[in-house]
Design a protein around this ligand. Structure first.
Ligand code: FAD
Length: 287
């Protein structure tokens, strides 16, 4: 099923997950048990990252997405980045997706890595969206940034660039994680002003350990509201309490987003069945 159809036919808030493939050094089967548990929660779809944890992981995106869709019977979205890819690399991926029955793609530029000269064929995600559209019957999603993408000059330029991605074929959007819902609501207002009318899912990451918070803030520049920082500080030395507080904070964010009419919630599960289950149990009747 296409993700656009899920948005069109659902009478409730769409609820989806993100997972990542294991590193090359671990056998691919090492995540199957966790994936099966996560799939058993029956989200509307699961997206699978591409190369975000190192280059060796790339080719496993299709394999994991295929396992989710064809064996565990949950709709899957494969992430695909383009800035360091040639047209041939992209073609190879698209052929693989078709062979594995994957027709939903999250089209991304990918990060520009210091010391690696981008291959100039796809400069932006919008270039990839445009190309994918010519290559088959794919449903295309794009990424968006409630607190503005790190390279954008300002929030106006960022949302105008986002509009280009929609015009190039992105049919719905998934947001970067954030901890401050008011930043998300301001972003939604900007998208409306820019004439962006596609469904937008809010990316929520339940923070369950201190290292993860530091990594996330440095990687995606998400601001930490004082309330959140205080909770994290209080349970700094108590891992289980910190995990439970992180889950509770995410649930509170989700309840507020649903009450405010969000199109969907995309949960960054970090491959944790425990976290995915706790959150699903807490919000499933509210969707
Ligand atoms: P773009 O939409 O191309 O935007 C990049 C920058 O260029 C922005 O500053 C934008 O304002 C600007 N821009 C865009 N179009 C134009 C234009 N036409 N002219 C001028 N400027 C323009 N990374 C991975 O490596 N693997 C993953 O699996 C992955 N999954 C992700 C999932 C989500 C939901 C999100 C939010 C991010 C993910 N990322 C992933 C990270 C992503 O690759 C980076 O954030 C990357 O830096 C930007 O990708 P993009 O697709 O948003 O880029």
């Amino acid at each position: 099923m296409k993700i656009s159809d899920i948005f069109e036919t659902k009478s409730k808030t769409v609820f989806s997950f993100e997972v990542f493939p294991p590193k090359r050094t671990s056998p691919i089967e090492s995540v199957y048990g966790k994936l099966e548990e996560i799939c058993a929660l029956k989200p509307d779809f699961i997206s699978v990252t591409y190369g975000a944890g190192g280059s060796g992981e790339k080719n496993r995106t299709c394999e994991i997405a295929s396992k989710i869709k064809n064996d565990f019977k949950v709709e899957a979205v494969a992430h695909l980045t383009c800035v360091n890819s040639s047209k041939e690399d992209i073609d190879r991926n698209l052929v693989q997706f078709k062979e594995c029955n994957i027709n939903n793609i999250l089209a991304l530029r990918g990060d520009i890595v210091e010391g690696i000269e981008p291959k100039k064929e796809f400069m932006y995600a919008s270039d990839l969206c445009k190309y994918i559209k010519t290559q088959g019957d794919f449903d295309i999603a794009g990424a968006c940034y409630p607190e503005v993408h790190g390279e954008a000059e300002n929030e106006v330029e960022d949302v105008l660039n986002l509009r280009k991605k929609i015009d190039a074929g992105a049919q719905h959007l998934i947001s970067q994680l954030f901890f401050d819902n008011s930043a998300y609501y301001r972003f939604i207002e900007r998208t409306k002003i820019a004439g962006i009318n596609v469904p937008i899912e809010a990316g929520i990451m339940p923070v369950t350990n201190k290292k993860q918070i530091e990594r996330m803030v440095s990687m995606c520049g998400a601001s930490l509201p004082a309330k959140f920082a205080k909770i994290m500080q209080k349970y700094d030395t108590k891992p289980e309490a910190l995990r439970d507080a992180g889950i509770a904070y995410a649930v509170e964010q989700i309840v507020d987003l649903i009450a405010n009419g969000v199109d969907g919630i995309h949960l960054y599960t970090m491959n944790s069945p425990y976290v995915a289950r706790k959150i699903t149990e807490a919000v499933s009747k509210l969707l």
